[in-house]
Design a protein around this ligand. Structure first.
Ligand SMILES: Nc1nc2c(ncn2[C@@H]2O[C@H](COP(=O)(O)OP(=O)(O)OP(=O)(O)O)[C@@H](O)[C@H]2O)c(=O)[nH]1
Ligand SMILES: [Mg+2]
Length: 333
């Protein structure tokens, strides 16, 4: 699993001190105490922001501190509260207290917010200590310290695009072509035995996360082959890229293979079967006259995106399309 990590120190604001002051005005002898309370220190929150997908922001900044409360002042003036500090993190971030080795929160959804440090309370001014028998208190309370913690952030990437298809369809070849992921590739089924995540980077800092899972076969929803355990990994993806090998070495029919996979997804879960699919016809290099592609197209009656994961042909166009689809779905959710 692809994991991004960061280690930081966060501190809430200290409370402002209470003030010692007495009312001094002309013609009002012995004005009473009027020292105001200090303001509360700002809290520290973590909040998920959809536009983030890495923890790289934390590489250069290790100290994060919310504002302190202002001290109180004469004339019963309350000090201003310190501003809260809201730290944005990508969805999927786990927040740990390093010293306690404790998971504070799993921020696994968009627009989630959690407080990790409470700001210190402001100290009371001397006004608050006046009693009928003690009318001139000469002390005030100091503000309380804000909480601080050492925090470890851990990001489990949630893939945007899940690759599905029969064993040998070329899923791993595709992900290694368009990302830095290097899963094993070989001409035997079930080369991939665990999910592999790759970040697909396009121009202008656009990117999305792709996950390669082991090939699916008939009966996968029931545990046949390796796929079952991994189907849950693609339940959270935005879309599926269904890789269809148009020239299978075992001589099977690409259209039948396509239907088998769809039926497996359907039997596994409704959520999976309803997920939008981009259908990709792979290994077009083995079909130079395009006859095979054409017959698959005619049979499926759906939009098909031809690529050759081996030569790279059609991959740029495919990744641009996937990016666009992912953006559209992100905007909708
Ligand atoms: N000619 C040709 N061969 C390809 C292409 N893409 C993949 N292959 C070959 O097909 C075989 C299977 O490729 P993989 O990428 O391992 O397939 P997979 O879908 O990940 O397979 P599993 O992990 O077993 O499910 C390898 O021998 C690849 O070299 C392609 O576009 N053209
Ligand atoms: Mg593979």
């Amino acid at each position: 699993m692809f994991i991004d990590e960061a280690q930081i120190w966060v501190k809430a604001g200290d409370g402002g001190h209470g003030c010692v002051s007495f009312r001094r005005e002309r013609f009002i002898p012995k004005g009473g105490p009027d020292g105001g309370d200090g303001g509360r220190g700002g809290n520290v929150y973590f909040q998920t922001a959809e536009n983030l997908d890495t923890l790289t922001d934390f590489a250069g900044k290790h100290h994060w501190q919310a504002q302190n409360g202002q001290p109180g002042s004469g004339n019963n003036k309350h000090g201003a509260n310190g501003q809260d500090l809201i730290i944005n993190v990508p969805p999927g971030t786990l927040v740990y207290d390093t010293d306690l080795n404790l998971l504070l929160k799993d921020l696994n959804e968009v627009a989630m917010k959690t407080r990790v440090c409470r700001g210190g309370r402001g100290g009371k001014g001397n006004k608050a200590f006046a009693t009928p028998t003690h009318q001139t208190p000469r002390h005030a309370e100091p503000g309380k310290k804000g909480q601080e913690r050492n925090i470890r952030l851990e990001l489990k990437l949630i893939a945007d695009v899940g690759l599905v298809g029969m064993p040998n369809a070329g899923k791993s070849t595709l992900i290694s072509r368009c990302s830095a992921a290097r899963p094993k590739i070989a001409d035997y089924p079930f080369t991939t035995i665990e999910p592999v995540l790759g970040i697909v980077e396009l121009s202008d800092f656009r990117r999305f996360v792709m996950v390669d899972i082991p090939g699916l076969i008939e009966g996968a929803h029931d545990g046949a082959g390796l796929g079952y355990e991994f189907l849950k990994h693609i339940e959270r993806t935005k879309i599926l890229a269904h890789i269809v090998d148009i020239m299978p070495i075992d001589g099977s029919d690409p259209v039948e293979n396509y239907k088998t996979i769809c039926s497996e997804l359907q039997q596994y879960s409704k959520a999976l079967s309803q997920k939008q699919q981009v259908i990709v016809a792979n290994k077009t290099d083995l079909d130079p006259d395009g006859k095979r592609l054409q017959s698959v197209r005619e049979n499926l009656q759906q939009t098909i995106h031809p690529i050759s994961a081996a030569t790279g042909q059609g991959i740029k166009k495919l990744t641009e399309l996937l990016w666009k689809e992912v953006q559209e779905l992100k905007g909708r959710s």
